[in-house]
Design a protein around this ligand. Structure first.
Ligand SMILES: NC(=O)c1ccc[n+]([C@@H]2O[C@H](COP(=O)([O-])OP(=O)(O)OC[C@H]3O[C@@H](n4cnc5c(N)ncnc54)[C@H](O)[C@@H]3O)[C@@H](O)[C@H]2O)c1
Length: 256
């Protein structure tokens, strides 16, 4: 289980849905919410990792953790998975929109199809998953949505324009949903992680010199890991942040 010292008693037995929970930051969130006694379901497309995680966390958790397979870029499949999650969990109080696809791409190489695919995974599904979750959050009398953006769009990073555009859009989406849903006691906030060194990041993108350069830039002189996002996400999901909505929280070790 992720080591978080805070205990959010209001999260115990709450229905929590996490997208992209099968690996990376999402997997740490699944563990973190389960450790608080929440009833957790996650949507992912990576079968082996997701099944393994659900089985592993379920062994130690108060409630079984449920993996739902769906390609979130397929809006109908995404919405059906949200409804199914709410049904399995009994109710839904928290939605964590974590899934993303941080593929690097040259400006010249981006086709219309690639652009649409990137927006579909990084931005469009976040709206439709939220749209599908809102009726379930309403039924429980309110709740919290936490959207994962990124500091990448604030760093003028040139190697991923489709991704960073989507990540900037998530901040707009967060504030728009917060304005719409606040009167119904549904809070919507965004987390902007910095460089979070997951296994996937190390395998695909990050060289040792990239990590060293980011640590030099950060105030905190250490590697940030998936577990560093758990405490902030629990805080935004719980009553500890009851008066907080439409905000962006940067978790980057002081890189910005
Ligand atoms: N790792 C970082 O440094 C970093 C930095 C800033 C922001 N973020 C954001 O944090 C979130 C999590 O990042 P991560 O590094 O853990 O990502 P990751 O790529 O390791 O994990 C994303 C998860 O989403 C799932 N997924 C991807 N496409 C999907 C689809 N179409 N349908 C269903 N599931 C799908 C993947 O299988 C995976 O389990 C993302 O939104 C990412 O943009 C990460």
């Amino acid at each position: 289980m992720a080591e978080v010292s805070a205990r959010h008693t209001d999260l115990a037995d709450r229905g929590v849905l996490i997208t992209g929970g099968g690996s990376g930051i999402g997997a740490a969130l699944v563990e973190g919410f389960a450790a608080q006694g929440a009833r957790v379901a996650f949507i992912d497309i990576a079968d082996d990792a997701s099944r393994g995680l659900a089985a592993r966390v379920s062994e130690k958790a108060c409630h079984p953790v449920h993996y739902l397979k769906a390609d979130l870029s397929d809006v109908a499949a995404a919405k059906a998975a949200v409804d199914r999650a709410a049904e399995i969990l009994g109710s839904l109080s928290v939605l964590v929109n974590n899934a993303g696809w941080d593929d690097r791409h040259d400006l010249e190489a981006v086709t219309e199809e690639y652009w649409d695919q990137s927006q579909a995974i990084n931005l469009k599904q976040m709206f439709f998953v939220s749209q599908a979750a809102v009726p379930h959050l309403r039924k429980t009398g309110g709740g919290a949505i936490v959207n994962f953006s990124s500091i990448a769009y604030l760093l003028n990073m040139g190697e991923m324009p489709a991704y960073t555009t989507a990540k900037a859009g998530i901040v707009g989406l967060t504030k728009s949903l917060a304005g719409k849903l606040g009167p119904e006691n549904i809070r919507v906030n965004a987390i902007l992680p910095g460089m979070i060194v997951t296994e996937r990041q190390k395998t695909l993108w990050l060289k040792e010199e990239d990590i060293a350069a980011m640590i030099a830039r950060q105030c905190l002189k250490r590697v940030l890991v998936a577990e560093d996002l758990v405490g902030p996400c629990l805080f935004l999901a719980s009553n500890a942040s009851a008066a907080m909505t439409a905000q962006t929280v940067v978790i980057d070790g002081g890189a910005l």
